[in-house]
Design a protein. Structure first.
Length: 598
């Protein structure tokens, strides 16, 4: 009997162990299959991954469209000329900048141009028929190309452009970054410009320069310039091939093949010259392949901080210490993201009165929505160096998964339908070559993302917002302005080795709005860095002048704020750089107001 019981126990134990092993194997196979099913390959739709966060568009989406009016507006810009030679600088595109250069109350725009292959000689480059262009606003919906007439028809390998009044004479000057040396054009105030790159000292550094942003970091009233350095590109680099997502990519167009270079901070000396102090001030960012940057006071201490978007390297956030130097808080603020970062948008998307960020990324990396946590934290108990905290909430609010198949570049927050909530525009364009024609890059569709509020988040309204969003281009630069002064925001897109496109907003002005032009006394006359706090009913909105970085581009300095169904602004508080406050009450909607410092 004892032996039989022992045998039964052994058989039972063996059965239990065998069954357990079998169950473990089944679970392992199930887990493996479920994991392998969710492996993402760009461009492929995978059930359980690409549809996990799919959402139907609500019926109350804005009935607003964007019309391509490029031709009827008289714009004939095309980026690049000649044959692409499969080199990185040729593929990164150029940008556009909105600004009223002649102070006539209408927004003009400048577009940088990459005037040909990087293999061109100096003589061939100067004889190129492709040049940067300035378009004057004719006040009737059309533009006139005046770059040769006014002296800014630059023939160079130009990348980014940005307007800023560096000598405080009330006229916008123009900075252009290039692959090579940079340029600064002084506005003479008579409708013409003079090239001052030698006199000002900004051209002594020759390398691969990318994004540009103006800001008064030391609050002395003189605008300084931050210039992003990309990579130490070598035209004689090994022309091998790397494999990315099953696509062959020549090393000559892969940024990881080249070492990063440091950035430039040009301190304005107040006498028409600049001194480069990036390393001295702590914003050199020598390990980052930088493409875009934005000056913005993220911790609301009155000092402009600096965020830098880096490609295939950690992004960087530098907190302004107020003594001419900056502290690197990239990791403690949770934004030192190692992805392929290109464009930057800044704005208070959730209307909680602190400034958030939106960052565009490379394919399969999702874009990032960094919500600023300052309004949720008890900052009184937090040291100055730890006041800045962000959380990436892209997936939570519908912005992550929808970007998997795109490569995003130019971007910005803007309220295109005037409903008091900031929406997002993205210019997309691949860095992959066509398989059947390697001389060309793969085009993509741009995206318009409607903000329904902090509860529902964002919805892709591109398919219902105009025929343009059904077309494909190799998108790069993008910027907004109300060029026709009708109360809604229009968009300029600069495509790589392709046309610039002007998109007119149709119907965004059905709800109320207000526009503000800031005029500061004596110095920093256009008020860069000025903070705006606007209250209408129960809604509070904030803005910072000149804070958005986009990609190689610059948005209008006129502050456009949607008011929804509110017919007036209850309170408008202006905080000028340096801390001086100015209060205005009961302002009627649907008008542009010039706010002069008292």
């Amino acid at each position: 009997m004892a032996k039989r019981k022992t045998k039964r126990k052994k058989r039972l134990s063996f059965a239990i162990i065998s069954g357990s092993i079998f169950i473990v194997i089944l679970l392992s196979l199930f887990f493996y299959k479920s994991r392998t099913k969710k492996t993402y390959i760009p461009g492929e739709k995978i059930e359980g991954l690409t549809s996990d966060l799919a959402r139907d568009l609500p019926e109350n989406y804005p009935k607003v469209t964007f019309s391509d009016v490029t031709k009827e507006a008289g714009i004939k810009f095309n980026h690049f000329i000649g044959e692409r030679t499969i080199q990185l600088p040729e593929d990164m595109g150029s940008g556009g900048a909105w600004g009223d250069y002649d102070n006539d109350g209408w927004q003009d725009f400048f577009v940088s141009n990459f005037s040909g292959s990087v293999d061109l000689s100096d003589e061939e480059l100067q004889n190129s028929t492709s040049h940067s262009q300035l378009y004057h606003n004719n006040h009737d919906g059309t533009f006139s190309e005046v770059s040769s007439k006014v002296g800014v028809d630059l023939r160079a390998w130009a990348n980014a452009c940005a307007w800023g009044d560096y000598n405080n004479d009330g006229w916008l000057d123009l900075f252009i970054s290039c692959y090579g040396k940079n340029y600064l054009y002084h506005n003479n105030g008579d409708g013409t410009f003079k090239d001052e790159w030698q006199k000002t000292g900004i051209s002594q550094h020759e390398n691969y320069w990318a994004g540009v942003t103006w800001g008064d970091y030391d609050l002395d009233g003189n605008l300084d310039i931050y210039v992003c350095g990309y990579v130490d590109y070598q035209t004689s680099a090994n022309r091998g091939v790397t494999l990315q997502y099953n696509a062959e990519v020549p090393t000559s167009i892969n940024p990881s093949s080249f070492k990063p270079i440091g950035n430039l901070l040009f301190h304005n000396n107040g006498n028409g010259t600049f001194t480069e102090i990036a390393e001295k001030s702590g914003v050199l960012n020598e390990n980052g392949r930088s493409l875009s940057a934005a000056w913005c006071d993220f911790d609301d201490d009155g000092l402009p901080d600096l965020y830098v978007a880096n490609d295939v390297s950690d992004n960087a956030l530098f907190r302004n210490k107020g003594d001419g130097t900056f502290e690197d808080v990239s990791y403690t603020s949770f934004v030192a993201d190692y992805r392929g970062a290109m464009g930057i948008g800044t704005g208070d998307w959730d209307n909680d009165t602190d400034v958030d960020m939106f960052i565009t990324h490379w394919m399969a990396q999702e874009n990032a929505l960094y919500s600023n946590l300052m309004s949720q934290l008890n900052t009184k108990d937090i040291s100055a160096g730890n006041r800045i905290k962000f959380m990436d909430e892209a997936d939570r609010y519908g912005l992550g998964q929808i970007a998997l198949q795109f490569i995003g570049f130019g971007t910005f927050f803007f309220d295109y339908n005037n409903d008091t909530k900031l929406d997002i525009f993205i210019a997309n364009g691949s860095t992959f070559q066509k398989r059947d024609n390697p001389a060309e890059l793969i085009p993509m569709k741009d995206q318009l993302l409607w903000n329904q509020g902090s509860k529902e988040g964002f919805f892709d309204v591109s398919p219902v917002s105009g025929n343009y969003f059904g077309e494909t281009y190799v998108g790069r630069g993008a910027a907004y302005a109300d060029y026709d002064n009708d109360g809604d925001l229009d968009v300029l897109v600069v495509n790589n080795i392709g046309p610039a496109k002007l998109l007119r907003n149709e119907g965004g002005n059905k709800q109320n709005w207000i526009q503000l032009k800031l005029e500061k006394n004596k110095k920093n006359l256009f008020g860069l860095g000025t903070k705006i706090r606007l209250v209408s009913g129960q809604i509070t909105q904030v803005r910072q002048v000149g804070a958005q970085g986009s990609y190689f581009s610059q948005n209008s300095l006129i502050q456009h704020i949607g008011l929804g169904d509110h017919s007036n602004v209850d309170t408008l508080e202006i905080t000028w750089p340096g801390g001086k406050k100015q209060l205005m009450n009961h302002l009627a909607s649907n008008q542009l107001i010039i706010v002069a410092e008292e």
